[in-house]
Design a protein around this ligand. Sequence first.
Ligand SMILES: [Zn+2]
Length: 321
Amino acid sequence: MSLINLKVSPGETRTEQLNIAKLHNGTDLKIPVIISRGLEDGPCILLSAGIHGDETNGVEIVRQLIRNGYNKPQRGTIICMPVVNVFGFISQTRDFPDGRDLNRMFPGTKNGSLASRFAYNIMDEIAPYIDYCIDFHTGGAKRFNYTQIRLDIKNEETMELAKVFGAKFIIDAENRDKSFRDALTEKGKKVLLFEGGKSLNLDRIVTDVGIVGALRVLHHLNFRDYSNEIAACKYPKEKAVLVENSTWVRAKESGMYRNKIRLGEKVKKGDVLGTISDPFGTFEIELVSPHAGYVICTNHAPIVYEGDAVVHITTKIAEHF
Ligand SMILES: [Zn+2]
């Protein structure tokens, strides 16, 4: 498939199968790509999720956008890829069958590893046609992220879109080398990376915040008038906290972990974040916050090893804006 040859007519929505690889039994592996073109010419945005195959919240966000017809613009083109890493989605794992992280393989090469070829195909078939992208992610494993947008804040236009999105936290995060965001940014595309919730989980608040954020961006870019849909959302736009730096508080002992703080809340230095104990009633220690800050991620794992990242706290924030 080539999007340029696809000839989606104005006002039309089509699902194309992007032929991406061959399985070892000879089956072609295809990713559904849903392309909707408005009646008027305008920009093109990609709404992608599931680059990490177990990050189901993102998949659900893009699924609902499609299911509710929000992907049908009046102007411009909206491309939806709810499940990019179909391999991982089938096996409910983050990575590719060869153990590679697809989000560290971009822009990929034509004759490289399976994941590298896969990345190459997406850059070749999809990336050239888009102007914007919202890439939906969740925390790895049991790390539950408060809804947040990550971007390089030096990029002014993307920063403007991050404010429009309306998540509580905007995290200044330079592009990871060889990530999808990095490869698209290199090509001059404006990319927002959404993070919310944890892997292999569906969280109603996370998905609702992701959906309304996407609608605010689509509305702002004039794809369609989404005012009614945005007004109907239960989660009003929060004043964003710009996070310039953050750090993980790590487990001091191995054991069972009980969390005592609410995600998103502001803690003071010395506040008890949780407790770690052995299973035999021998010891129970408190995990104490080494500084003041907002809690942007907590680990939901009931059992932790010493050194495991348990609570992610901001260390430097700009005032609300
Ligand atoms: Zn991810």
